[in-house]
Design a protein around this ligand. Structure first.
Ligand SMILES: Nc1ncnc2c1ncn2[C@@H]1O[C@H](COP(=O)(O)OP(=O)(O)OP(=O)(O)O)[C@@H](O)[C@H]1O
Ligand SMILES: [Mg+2]
Length: 305
C-alpha cells in the first residue's frame, strides 16, 4: 500500500505542478491584464454608454453572427448564432480544438470579437465596461483558482466586502461547510500556494462556494474530468446543480448526466455550431453528436444498456 501511494504520488506530482503553474499563470495574467488595461486605456475601443449599466441582470445571452480569430490567417469562430434564455443551461460539446473555451473567452470579453454582436440582456456587451461584463459572470473552471490564503479569504474573493456569515452561508450552499469545520483551524485554515493541502474535490467545492457568494446571473462551468472519489463527486454534482438553478449557465460538459440534463446542447466543430438540440433530438438525428457521443461515451452507453 505504501509503495502504491509512493508510486501514485510520483505519477500525480508532475500533474499537480503543471496545475499549480496554470493557477499562477492565471493570476499573473489577471494582474498583467489590469496593467495592460491601464496602459492601453486610450487606444481601446471606446466603451460607450458605460453609465447605461444593467442593474440586475436577468441573464439573457445572445450571440449574433459572431466571428473571431486568434491569428489573422486562421478563421476560427465563424458566424456563430446562439440565443440563451435566462436560467437556461447550455451544454457546449465538441472535439478538442473545436472552440468551446474560445466561446467562453469571448463571452467574458477576454478577447474582442472581430464581427457580430454579443448582447447581454439586450445590451451590446461591447458598449459596457469590461469590468461590468465580467461582474455578470461567475466561473467554476477545471483548474480551480485558489490562492495562498485562508479558506475564508478564498471564498470571500467572490464578493467585495463579504461578511463572515455570508461566507459560511455560501460554504453551506456548496456543501463544503461541514468539511471546513472538521479542519483544526476551520475557516482560518491557510491553503498552500497550490492548495495541495486539501483534495481536488474540496478545492472545487470551495470555488463553487465562491461562485455562490458572487451570485452572478450567468455561469460558466468547465466540468472537471479529474478523478475525485464518488462521494465527493456526488457533492460536486449536487452543488453545481444548485448553483445553476435560476442562472443562465454555459457548461463545457464532459459528464453524460450534465449533457443529458441541459436545456440545450450546442455541438461545435471547427469553430461552428454544427448541431443544436436536446439529447434525444440529437441522438435521433444520427449526425455529428451521435457519433461523438458514441465515441466518447461508449462505455457509459454499454453500462446503461
Ligand atoms: N490564445 C490562443 N492563440 C492562438 N490560438 C489559440 C489560442 N487559444 C486557442 N487557440 C486555438 O483555437 C482553437 C480552438 O481552441 P479552444 O481552446 O477554444 O478549443 P476547445 O474546444 O476548448 O478544445 P478542448 O476540448 O481541447 O479544450 C484551437 O485550434 C486552438 O489551438
Ligand atoms: Mg477548452
Amino acid at each position: 500500500m505504501q509503495a502504491f501511494i509512493q508510486y501514485s504520488r510520483q505519477f500525480t506530482n508532475p500533474i499537480t505542478q503543471i496545475a499549480s503553474q496554470m493557477n499562477l499563470l492565471q493570476s499573473g495574467l489577471a494582474s498583467a491584464e489590469r496593467v495592460f488595461e491601464f496602459l492601453t486605456a486610450e487606444e481601446e475601443a471606446p466603451e460607450v454608454a458605460s453609465s447605461r449599466g444593467i442593474r440586475s441582470p436577468a441573464g439573457h445571452v445572445v450571440l449574433d453572427h459572431v466571428s473571431f480569430r486568434y491569428q489573422a490567417d486562421q478563421p476560427l469562430i465563424q458566424d456563430f448564432d446562439l440565443d440563451v434564455q435566462p436560467g437556461q443551461t447550455v451544454a457546449i460539446v465538441g472535439p478538442t480544438g473545436a472552440g468551446k473555451t474560445t466561446v467562453v473567452n469571448l463571452l467574458m470579453r477576454f478577447y474582442e470579437i472581430d464581427s457580430g454582436h454579443i448582447y447581454l440582456d439586450g445590451v451590446d456587451a461591447h458598449e459596457l465596461p469590461r469590468e461590468r461584463v465580467r461582474s455578470m459572470f461567475g466561473m467554476v473552471l477545471q483548474d480551480t483558482w485558489l490562492f495562498a490564503g485562508s479558506i475564508r479569504d478564498n471564498i470571500a474573493y467572490g464578493k467585495e466586502g463579504a461578511g463572515a456569515e455570508e461566507v459560511v452561508a455560501a460554504a453551506r450552499a456548496a456543501s463544503v461547510d461541514h468539511f471546513v469545520r472538521t479542519l483544526p483551524d476551520g475557516y482560518d485554515t491557510v491553503l498552500d500556494e497550490d492548495a495541495s493541502n486539501i483534495s481536488a474535490g474540496q478545492r472545487q467545492l470551495l470555488t463553487i462556494a465562491r461562485a455562490f457568494l458572487a451570485d452572478p446571473a450567468i455561469l460558466i462551468l468547465d466540468e472537471a474530468t479529474s478523478n475525485v472519489d464518488t462521494r465527493t463527486e456526488v457533492h460536486i454534482q449536487e452543488a453545481m446543480a444548485r448553483l445553476r438553478k435560476g442562472r443562465t449557465s454555459f457548461v463545457i460538459a464532459h459528464r453524460l448526466s450534465t449533457i443529458r440534463n441541459a436545456d440545450s446542447i450546442v455541438v461545435m466543430n471547427a469553430g461552428r455550431i454544427v448541431e443544436q438540440g436536446s439529447h434525444a433530438e440529437l441522438m435521433q438525428r444520427r449526425g455529428f453528436y451521435h457519433d461523438l457521443y458514441a465515441s466518447q461515451f461508449a462505455d457509459a452507453v454499454e453500462a446503461v444498456s
